[in-house]
Design a protein around this ligand. Structure first.
Ligand SMILES: [Ca+2]
Ligand SMILES: [Ca+2]
Ligand SMILES: [Ca+2]
Length: 218
């Protein structure tokens, strides 16, 4: 609830897309990704986040059928949960997919109606999704990607389902309602793969070596 004093609109004007903000009496530094326009709800319209460490994602549900997908990087342990302003009681759902849209984990109700994902994943890009009950991710054959009942379960994907194709289901969310996703172990998608850094260093070394060899030969 550390962000309750801010609305997402204030955050947009105050911190821009991703900034360092001191929040609350503890004045802890927080890197907050603010939804830029509306994050998409298909694999081709996932919103790319930026930053070496993201402590929270702040956005809003523009319509009753709005779902938002964010590209994030995870490298090991992660913990992701929702929290709304105390004045609202939206019923969130959280989803984690691989970068191709295959389901990894989902939860609807963990803390009351709020949602919680946690675990450990190999280093890579993932898609973090949020919607409100009962707007669920479906595959191309209109199968639910995740079980949805009991609502408090933290689920892996249903057997035999394909990647995310669309969201489907009725919600009672008030259009324009804001959400806050608190994240631990999450970075932006602009952070390069550890392997690609090593490759870049090796490539740079190879170029230097090649130049040195050519100078010796000339
Ligand atoms: Ca949105
Ligand atoms: Ca959206
Ligand atoms: Ca919920």
């Amino acid at each position: 609830m550390e962000f309750s004093m801010f609305t997402s609109r204030v955050l947009v004007s105050f911190v821009g897309a991703c900034s360092l903000v001191a929040l609350g009496s503890s004045a802890r530094a927080q890197n907050i990704w603010v939804e830029t326009t509306d994050a998409g709800q298909s694999i081709s319209t996932v919103q790319e986040t930026k930053g070496s460490k993201i402590d929270a994602i702040v956005g809003s549900f523009g319509t009753v059928s709005d779902a938002d997908l964010y590209c994030v990087r995870i490298n090991g342990a992660y913990d992701i949960h929702t929290a709304f302003n105390p004045s609202t009681t939206q019923d969130t759902q959280l989803f984690l997919f691989d970068k191709y849209g295959h389901g990894i984990q989902a939860n609807d109700d963990f803390y009351g109606l709020q949602s919680h994902l946690f675990g450990t994943l190999p280093a890579g890009e993932y898609i973090l999704g949020i919607s409100t009950f009962d707007n669920d991710p479906m595959d191309a054959s209109a199968h639910l990607i995740f079980p949805s009942y009991p609502y408090n379960g933290v689920y892996g994907p249903n057997a035999g389902v394909g990647p995310l194709a669309f969201f489907n289901g009725n919600t009672s969310v008030t259009p324009g309602s804001g959400y806050q996703i608190h994240t631990t172990g999450i970075a932006g998608c602009d952070v390069p793969e550890p392997g690609s850094i090593a490759f870049a260093v090796l490539s740079a070394g190879s170029v230097v070596g090649l130049i040195a060899r050519r100078r010796k030969m000339s």
